[in-house]
Structure formats: C-alpha cells, structure tokens
Design a protein around this ligand. Structure first.
Ligand code: F6P
Length: 564
C-alpha cells in the first residue's frame, strides 16, 4: 500500500499558498518591516552561531515550516535514528554514525548488544597504531621507520579525513618521529603516481580505506602501491645486501606497509591485510558518515588522538542538542527547513557553500557528497516517485576565491542561489611573533568584512550602497538572494565536529520531510556495472556492436590512439 507523500498534507499546502505571497516580497522589505531580525532568526549551540535572518521568510513561514516538520514526524525520526532503529530501510539497517561519538561511559543497546565498547575498542586500536607511528616504532620491511602514510580511499573513505586534516592544520601534533599524511583517491592513479615518483618505499605505509573493500578505484591504487613496494624494495635490498639476499618476503611487506580500514574483514583478509593491521567498522556506519571512526585514522595521525577525541566530543554536543532542543531552537532542524523553503516553495534549487577560512578548503567537496549522495533521490521509502524537488545542486569554493570566480553569477545571473557563509570569529591567537600575528589578524578581519559584505549585498542588492543613483542594467544588483551564515567561535576540533554534525543532521531532517532514505546510494551502482562491461570490451575488443554509436566512436578513437 502506498502512503500519501508530504506534498499532499495540510502543512505543505498551506506553505504553497503562503509562498505565493512571500515570493513577491524582497528580502530588503522583510528587513525594513521588522526590527530585530537577527535576534529573532539566529540561534547558538555547540560553539556555533546560526544566522538565518537573511532567509526570505517571516514568522508565519517559520510556523508553517515547523508544522511541516511535525507532520513529517521529524521528532520521532530523530529518536528512531539515534536509538538505532532500521532507518536505512532499503538496506535494512540502522544509521548509527552518532554512536561513533558516544562517550565511553554511555551505552547504546541495539538488538541486545551495547555498541559503545566496540566503538571504543576500535578507537583504542587506532590510538596504539598512532602511538607506534609517532614513536618511530612502526618499521618498514627493511627496518627503517615509516615516514609517509598514504590514505588510499575514495568518496567517504577520502573526503572526510582529507577535509578534516586540512581544516585542523593548526592542531597538527609534532611527535618525536614526524609522519607526513597524504591522500590518493583518483582511479587513474594521478595522485599516487606522483607520490610513487617521490617517496621512499622503505619508509612508506599505505592505509587502504574502503567500507566495502570492493571499490575498484581504491583497489587498483592499492595493487599499484603493492607492486611498487615489492619491486622497489627488492632493488633497495640488492643495493644494500648484494644479489644473494635480495628476496623480499611478501607477507612481511603486507604486514609492515599496509593497514586496512573496512567493514568487510573477510575481504581485507583476502587482500592480504594482516589481522593486527585491520581496523574495523560496521555496516551501520554509512561511508559518507564514517570519518568519526577508523576511517579517521589519517586525522588522528595528523592532529593526535586527543584532538580526534575532541572532534568526536564536539559532534556529540551537537547530537545532544539535535536530540533535545525544541524544533524552533534546533539548529539542524532550522537549517533543514530553510533549505526546504527555498527548494520546494521559492523554487531555488542551487545551493553554494562558501567558507571564509582557507582551512575549510575541502568543506564544500565534503558537503557535495554528504548532501547530494544522501538526498539526490526521487523515490520515497515505499517506492513512490516524488512530485517535488529534493536535494538542490550544491557546490562551493572558498568564499574569497569564489568572489573572483563565480560571484558574478550570484549577483547578476539569472539563477537564484541559496548561499551558506561559514567563518570563524577568532583566528591567529596562537601565532607567536607579534608582528606576524597583527598582520594575519588584520587579514582575518578583512576576510570577515568580505563575508559579511557579500551576504548583505546578496540580500539588499543596489540598496546596499548609500547613493543608489540610477544605473544601466548591467551595473544593477537585484539582491533578494537568501543566505545563511554559520559563525564558529574558533575553528577547533570541537567546533568542527559540531559543524559537520550540524550538516549531517540537516540532511537527515530534509530526507525525513521528503520521505526519502539518505543512507543508501543505489544511483551509483549501475554506473559501476556498465564501467566494468565497457572495460571488458576495451580489453577484449569484443562486443563493440552492442554499444551505441557515440560509445563506439569513442572506443574506436582509443584503439586508434593505442595503435599509434
Ligand atoms: O560509489 C559510491 C560509494 O559507495 C560511496 O558511498 C562511498 O563513500 C565510496 O563509494 C567509497 O566506498 P568504499 O568506502 O566502500 O570504498
């Protein structure tokens, strides 16, 4: 039996009608008509301030959106997710990334088992690996201490750790034996090839990060890395010991140069990862939600286990807020509702993520996967194709750089775009040299001035300038572009954890309202299958006639190039 979708309910219908009036009202008028918009539409929690006053909404909008959230049973859904119910229905499992950040003295029983001890056992296992590497006690097959660690993973097994290690660069630890951490994700081996041309195989360790341990991108990089180690370590042996003792024990290489991180222990064993080097996580952690556990090993290597635990603690504070705050004060719920309002009622289906802090260089890429792989869906849990929009097209870039790239479109293009501005209030307190600190702090202030100016200009348009004399159309700014600003007190492991959790929960609330499953990703499976079939045709040269004309032309171009 199919259930009615959310757009058939009373709250949706009321919002539709209300949107008819609101579309005619410019944001500048909303500001002119009501004082204290910032106070009314901003909230604080977990070291974050969320300013939603520049959304094109008013009191009535918010009331109606909150009614929509209640009608979609958002509070019940939050409870169900946090308690480990089977919210990932198409894969028949819970989605318990929040369990990865539960403190050790808590418990969460799912199917009679307390998950918390297992989570902390993995964290302890990670800690022992980090200690060993930081102490210079993890040695390669020829006895030299490991210096370079390369994470081989893609999607959730790459973007989260990559984003966080760059964001927390100021929290980098300086152990007795420094370790450099690198990331290689691309299937074509570009990043890996660069590392292999520069690194010493005797002192390089690879972390194979893959929830499924079946992802060809990662496994092909891993095979290349293994071959490189075997052949190069033999050459090193030959150089050091002479011809006779030049053999290298493959199992020794696997044991000393590879760590595996996966939910699939059997596949890690089949690949050859030594049992002691396997870090396990669970099917109930989605790939794009997995940075909080073993997939976070590169983060812990860069910032140390204490800071990694701070990251978890910050996310946990946001989890508790999400669980207990009333809907009207709940940061993830409000952020989600702003998005729903824009996408479904104001027809704004593009969303730009604009951090004003160079350390958040990869935050937009990370959110692209989190939001679009989670909510880029058009069928509900019970298989109905929806009649409304779901996830907007989301992209982003560091705000100051984007000002010199695509802000032109934000200000004068024909698309409406919702923007998220993200910035820390304080920076550079730790810089020792007073002159450098003063200069850097001035740069930070200038960056914030740009951040605040841009959201204001997007809101007011030409009215942002005192002298709004008549100008030709090509010089006019229409304004009325909605935005949210998220301010972090400081960018620390704890506030970063809260920021990521804020967006994770926002995605969940939107999915709940849209009636879709944010925890599966069936839309990426067929592409993998077709790629496998295509690869077979490329190498066997059989079956080309089954392809469409365009594909035939492309494949023949490749064969021609290969023959040259
Ligand atoms: O193909 C999509 C995807 O499954 C993502 O959801 C995931 O983050 C990525 O591939 C990597 O998967 P795995 O960690 O299993 O290698």
């Amino acid at each position: 039996m199919s259930h009615s979708t959310i757009d058939q309910g009373a709250a949706w219908q009321a919002l539709k009608q209300h949107a008819g009036e609101m579309r005619r009202i410019h944001l500048k008028t909303l500001f002119a008509d009501s004082s204290e918009r910032f106070r009314r539409y901003s909230r604080k929690a977990a070291g974050l301030t969320l300013d939603l006053s520049k959304q094109r909404w008013n009191e009535e909008t918010l009331e109606l959106l909150l009614a929509l959230a209640r009608e979609a049973q958002v509070p019940e859904a939050i409870e169900a997710m946090l308690q480990g119910e089977l919210v990932n229905r198409s894969e028949d499992r819970p989605a318990l990334h929040t369990a990865l950040r539960l403190p050790a003295d808590t418990s969460l029983r799912v199917d009679g088992e307390d998950l918390v001890p297992g989570v902390h056992a993995t964290l302890d296992h990670m800690a022992s690996m980090v200690d060993k590497l930081h102490a210079g006690q993890w040695r390669g097959a020829t006895g030299k201490a490991i210096e370079d660690v390369v994470n081989l993973g893609v999607g959730g097994s790459d973007l989260g750790p990559l984003m966080v290690t760059r964001a927390l660069v100021d929290f980098r630890v300086h152990p007795a034996h420094p370790i450099e951490v690198h990331f290689a994700s691309t299937m074509d081996g570009s990043q890996l090839a660069d590392y292999l041309s520069r690194f010493n195989p005797e002192t390089t360790l690879f972390v194979l990060s893959s929830k499924s341990f079946t992802t060809v991108d990662t496994l092909s990089n891993a095979r290349t890395a293994q071959e490189w180690l075997m052949s190069r370590l033999v050459s090193s042996r030959q150089a050091n010991c002479g011809e006779e003792d030049s053999r290298i024990d493959e199992s020794l290489v696997l044991r000393q140069h590879f760590i595996g991180v996966s939910a699939n222990c059997e596949k890690m064993c089949d690949w050859g990862i030594a049992k002691a080097n396997q870090l396990e996580f669970w099917e109930w952690v989605g790939g794009r939600y997995s940075l909080w556990g073993a997939i976070g090993l590169p983060i812990a290597l860069v910032v140390g286990m204490d800071n990694f635990r701070e990251l978890l603690a910050g996310a946990h504070v946001m989890d508790r807020h999400f669980h207990s705050a009333a809907l009207e004060d709940n940061l993830p719920v409000l952020l989600a509702l702003a998005g729903i309002w824009n996408v479904n009622f104001l027809d704004i289906r593009a969303h730009s993520i604009l951090p004003y802090d160079g350390r958040l260089e990869y935050f937009a890429s990370y959110l692209e996967q989190l939001e679009m792989e989670s909510n880029g869906k058009s069928a509900t849990h019970d298989g109905q194709v929806v009649d409304y929009s779901t996830c907007p097209v989301l992209w982003g870039e560091l705000g100051p750089n984007a000002q010199h790239a695509f802000y032109q479109l934000l200000h004068q293009g024909t698309q409406s775009v919702e923007c998220d501005f993200i910035a820390p209030l304080r920076r550079y307190d730790h810089v020792e040299d007073p002159d450098t600190r003063r200069h850097l702090k001035a740069q930070h202030r200038m960056t914030l001035a740009n951040c605040f100016a841009q959201s204001r200009l997007l809101m007011l348009g030409d009215d942002a300038i005192a002298d709004a004399a008549p100008r030709p159309a090509y010089k006019r700014y229409r304004g009325n572009q909605p935005s949210t600003t998220v301010l972090l007190d400081r960018l620390t492991p704890s506030t970063l954890g809260a920021l990521i959790a804020l967006y994770e929960h926002k995605v969940f609330v939107q999915a709940t309202i849209w009636g879709i499953n944010p925890f599966d990703q069936w839309g990426v499976e067929l592409g993998k299958q077709i790629a496998g079939e295509t690869e077979k045709i490329l190498s066997t040269r059989e079956g080309l006639e089954r392809m469409d004309e365009s594909s035939q032309g492309l494949i023949e171009a490749l064969w021609l190039a290969e023959g040259e």
